[in-house]
Design a protein around this ligand. Structure first.
Ligand code: GLV
Ligand code: MN
Ligand code: MN
Length: 401
């Protein structure tokens, strides 16, 4: 099959226009925002233009179905609160281009998906988690964002697009192209990464409740300052995790909300996100124990009441060897001696889809190794190379039942 690089790049740039923001090629398109809904409506039309049958489930996962058995390709089109133009979008538009090229070549059949809320406004890869059966819709509906909005309320924004459930039975496998979002390929100068496995993740909210008080009159030794507790927790945690982690283990406090967040008030409450990732389930559990114990000791030391939110998580997942071999053969053709196999440190919808069918993933480099920032970018030649590898892989998988 012959992909059309100009058509692919034009669609990718058009998708960026929904929520385009910031410097460079930044995007603000969180799940269920006006920009996200408008982007999904545009994508649905592009799917129809490509001869695909559009279906949208209650979460807002958007499918363009080839009809009959097909291979599913795609990713997500929602963004982080500050994101780049490629995270998710690349995989969706690449899938659309491969579906078009495959249809023009007379097969094989390729369907397209843009999952909803991969970026976790409400959880962790929420849309594919529901589609994959990891979460029920009613469990997902009870999740809230950092502003306290419930998913049940937010998803009313896409209610008019919903057609009903989409069965996974029609798909023979799932392939997701994504930017690497890390430094490996950019540093090595290689053009393609074929993913071996995706790390596991744990994510929960932690709350320290102390005593709100006057910042001028309250002596330091009488304070129950929730920010001081967060600060002491972070320092102690870094120290205590040191003995059980590897250089690939990561942990992040990415969202902190202080109450009432005023210069002259000793903060009485801090709610923060605690997230950690590793390729090994046992290590994830050991990290959890250290996190809980450290928070508990700090709470005692600082006179805090401690509470933990629901822990969300996804297990590490290995890629399917058959789909992966097809991607490796495609990489060998498109970028001979210029590709590698590698693990994914970022989470992807493929993790949830692996509950339903064989999955595989492909990476292209991220300039400077940065993502989840307006500065995220990839050379257009590398983007096109990624789509070519998908097309090569599909040609090889064409005979797949
Ligand atoms: C997905 O964006 C992730 O956080 O890995
Ligand atoms: Mn992504
Ligand atoms: Mn992301």
């Amino acid at each position: 099959m012959q992909i059309n690089p100009e058509r692919f790049l034009a669609d990718l740039h058009t998708l960026r226009s929904f929520g385009a923001a910031g410097v460079g090629k930044g995007v603000v398109r969180p799940a269920y925002s006006d920009a996200d809904v408008a982007a999904r409506q545009w994508l649905a039309q592009r799917m129809r233009d490509a001869g695909l049958h559009v279906q949208v489930d209650a979460m807002g996962n958007l499918f363009g179905l080839a009809g009959g058995p097909s291979l599913l390709m795609g990713s997500h089109s929602d963004s982080q609160p500050e994101g780049g133009w490629l995270d998710g979008a690349l995989g969706v538009i690449a899938a659309l281009e491969v579906a078009r090229a495959a249809a023009e070549a007379g097969g094989p059949a390729v369907s397209v998906v843009s999952f909803q809320d991969e970026e976790g406004r409400f959880g962790v890869t929420t849309g594919s988690a529901v589609w994959g059966g990891h979460l029920t819709l009613s469990e997902a509906d009870r999740l809230t964002d950092h502003g306290g909005v419930a998913l049940s309320e937010a998803r009313q924004a896409i209610v008019e697009m919903v057609t009903g459930d989409v069965s996974a039975d029609q798909f023979t496998g799932f392939i997701e192209l994504h930017i690497e979002q890390g430094p490996t390929l950019d540093t090595s100068g290689e053009q393609i990464g074929v993913v071996t496995d995706i790390v596991g993740i744990r994510d929960m909210k932690v709350t320290f409740d102390g005593q709100q008080n006057h910042a001028g009159t309250t002596p330091m030794h009488l304070r129950r300052d929730a920010f001081q507790a967060v600060s002491a927790f972070n320092a102690a945690l870094n120290e205590r995790l040191r003995n059980i982690v590897t250089p690939q283990s990561v942990w992040t406090i990415g969202h902190v909300s202080l109450h009432p967040n005023a210069s002259s008030i000793v903060p009485g409450r801090a709610v923060f996100s605690m997230q950690w990732r590793d390729a090994d389930t046992d290590r994830l559990a050991r990290m959890e124990q250290v996190i809980r114990n450290t928070a508990s000791e700090i709470a005692d030391d600082h006179g805090m009441k401690l509470s933990f939110g629901t822990m969300l998580g996804l297990e590490p997942v290995a890629m399917d060897s058959r789909l992966r071999s097809a991607l490796e053969a495609g990489a060998d053709t498109v970028a001979p001696d210029n590709w590698r196999t590698m693990p994914s440190g970022a989470l992807h919808d493929a993790t949830n889809v692996s509950r339903l069918m064989p999955v595989a993933m492909l990476f292209v480099p991220s300039i400077g190794g940065v993502s989840h920032t307006f500065e995220e970018d990839t050379a257009e030649g590398d983007l096109v190379a990624g789509v070519r590898v998908l097309a090569e892989a599909m040609d090889r998988l064409g005979s797949m039942p």
